[in-house]
Design a protein around this ligand. Structure first.
Ligand code: THG
Length: 571
């Protein structure tokens, strides 16, 4: 049976630890557990069988570290280890499912280490191809603490197989992964990438995982998977022991399934009796899985920070854009990014929640510069990014290597634009700004812009992009040249918000092009747009008067509780 189908109807059980079992069977320190597939296949088979007898529905291959980096020096190739490991699991599993296990590469990625995004992708792609060839039913990417590594691995699975992919990150005391990812961010990014189940494994122990599991369940719309360990390992008389008993493990497992966890198993220190107890404890809940979450958020993420759009006004810093700025133009041409990175950090400090990145210059390799700049900036600031380009190839390259869920700026109502941009937004799970312009230009009336917005929303849905991933921009024109259309932009904003119930965004400073004292026009127009319900403003966060307008608006719109932010800043 297709596991994707089974997941809809019932709770599924994974097996428990493999490493712990192989160690018990005599693995020596420093030996890779994966070589037991080759030198002691009978031991691996007996472990799989013990888990099946305990009631596991899904058997995990003994391949956690079967990547080219970790196998170096073992004398075995990735393909032979994985081929053999899947075959052993397959033989033991009978009609149960076999999950190809993929763990951390074991080295840090750039900028903290030397491994690139493509290095991880290539290594995992090799594992996946071998697993597919050997007949695995699904892939589980587990015990990952770097969201960037997870993203590269997920793409490697999805681009080299059609297998379901389950993802678990491992969290520490801070409630984040070692590299700083929180559960909301993990869900926002990985759901967007189209994984089949998301959750947590290993970590500190089942009790300590409960608050993390609550967070994941709060935000996930896909099945949640949890594989706790039996507590942290401890050495007792030279022997590794785990403090959590099978009974205690099972009682926490029940709590998790009761809250809505749909796939459950064990990590380090859990043995077949843990899975047996877990099944017994949960038996009555197996066919009563909890309903899924229907709360839909518009949210963008860096690897360690998620910004929800729609609950409070959000500011997109516009300063990383060569338009009218010679110094920025020179820096981009010379690939001298220090000043641009400072600009990113300072915009964040000035109050930007999101940063727009635009490298639109003639005579440069925009794809190359954009990806380099995004890599640099994402290593220095945790502000989610908005990729601003008119070239689909530039957008795709940046969105692919972005460590998070970005906003694509932008798509238009033109068929050709939607055909180029929507597949990218869908594949990488990005938010996308829809501009109300089409083949015939920008409609003069609000009604005309509503019709384009409606077409953008409907077309996005056909591509599988949910409405909450769209932001509509009704296009601010320069009041100096298009004075009669300035108010129409705001009317369109209000109309679109009520009719289509989508989030909205505007580039505020466009309004003042060509007129003196731009800041004055900008701040007045911003106040007008805010009162019509604008969700996100693209602006210069260094403009004090605009920031003061935002601060004032938040008081009057009851977004700044007891005006505390206002008082703290201006008293
Ligand atoms: N909608 C969407 N995206 C956009 C816009 C929009 N991206 C680009 C633009 N409009 C928003 N960004 C800017 C960036 C710079 C300026 C205005 C809008 C600007 N620059 C000054 C100039 O050109 O003279 C220079 C500023 C300086 O020197 O500091 O005005 O509407 N979706």
């Amino acid at each position: 049976m297709d596991i994707r189908k089974a997941m809809e109807d019932r709770v599924l059980f994974f097996d428990g630890a493999m490493g712990t079992m192989v160690q018990q069977a005599g693995l020596e320190g420093g030996q890779q557990p994966e070589i037991y597939n080759m030198i002691h296949p009978e031991i691996i088979t007996s472990i799989h069988k013990a888990y099946i007898e305990a009631g596991a529905d899904i058997i995990t291959t003994n391949t956690l570290g079967a990547n080219k980096y970790k196998l170096e020096g073992t004398g075995y190739r990735v393909e032979e280890i994985i081929g053999q490991a899947v075959a052993l699991a397959r033989q033991a599993a009978g009609d149960r499912w076999v999950a190809l296990d993929i763990g951390p590469i074991g080295q840090l990625m750039e900028p903290n280490g030397s491994l690139s995004f493509d290095d991880v992708y290539e290594a995992v792609a090799r594992q996946v191809k071998a697993g597919v060839k050997a007949g695995a039913d699904l892939v589980i990417i587990e015990t990952i603490s770097d969201l960037y590594e997870m993203k590269a691995a997920v793409l490697a699975v999805k681009e080299n197989s059609s297998l379901p992919v389950f993802c678990t990150l491992t969290y520490d005391q801070s409630g984040r992964t070692m590299m700083g990812t929180d559960p909301l961010t993990a869900v926002n990014v990985l759901e967007g990438l189209g994984v089949d189940a998301i959750g947590a494994n290993c970590s500190l122990g089942p009790k300590e995982l409960l608050p993390i599991v609550d967070e994941i369940l709060k935000y996930a719309h896909i099945p949640v998977i949890v594989q706790p360990n039996a507590g942290l390992p401890r050495l007792e008389d030279g022997v590794t022991v785990f403090d959590v008993s099978p009974e205690e493990f099972a009682s926490y497992g029940r709590k998790m399934v009761d809250k809505g966890v749909r796939i459950i198993g064990g990590c380090c220190g859990t043995r077949p009796e843990f899975i047996e107890k877990l099944r017994e404890e949960i038996e009555d809940l197996v066919y009563n899985p909890q309903l899924s979450n229907d709360r839909r958020l518009t949210a963008v993420s860096s690897a360690s920070n998620t910004i929800i759009i729609g609950e409070d006004i959000r500011l997109v810093g516009e300063r990383i854009n060569p338009s009218g700025k010679e110094s920025m133009e020179r820096a981009l041409k010379e690939e001298d990014f220090d000043g641009i990175i400072s600009e990113a950090i300072e915009q964040k400090m000035a109050g930007a929640h999101i940063l727009d990145i635009n490298v639109g210059l003639p005579d440069i390799d925009q794809k190359d510069i954009m990806t380099k700049l995004v890599s640099e900036i994402q290593g220095m600031v945790n502000t989610p990014l908005q990729i601003d380009s008119t070239v689909p190839e530039v957008i795709e390259a940046a969105v692919r290597i972005y460590n998070g869920k970005p906003i694509i700026n932008s798509v238009t109502g033109e068929e050709e634009s939607m055909k180029a941009i929507f597949p990218i937004a869908k594949k990488y799970g990005a938010c996308v700004i829809g501009l109300t312009i089409d083949e015939t230009g920008i409609p003069e009336t609000a009604q005309g812009r509503l019709e384009i917005a409606r077409r953008i929303v409907e077309t996005a849905l056909k591509y599988g992009i949910p409405k909450e991933n769209l932001l509509i921009d009704t296009l601010v024109l320069a009041a100096s040249a298009s004075q009669d259309m300035t108010m129409e932009t705001l009317k369109a904003l209000e109309l679109i918000k009520t009719e289509l119930k989508v989030k909205t965004i505007l580039g505020i400073s466009n309004v003042s092009f060509g007129l003196p004292k731009r800041s004055l026009l900008n701040r007045a127009f911003l106040a007008m747009a805010l009162s019509r319900g604008l969700d996100a403003a693209i602006l210069d966060p260094f403009d004090k008067s605009m920031m003061e307008t935002i601060d004032s608006y938040r008081v009057m719109a009851d977004l700044d509780e007891y005006a505390m932010d206002y008082i703290n800043k201006y008293r």
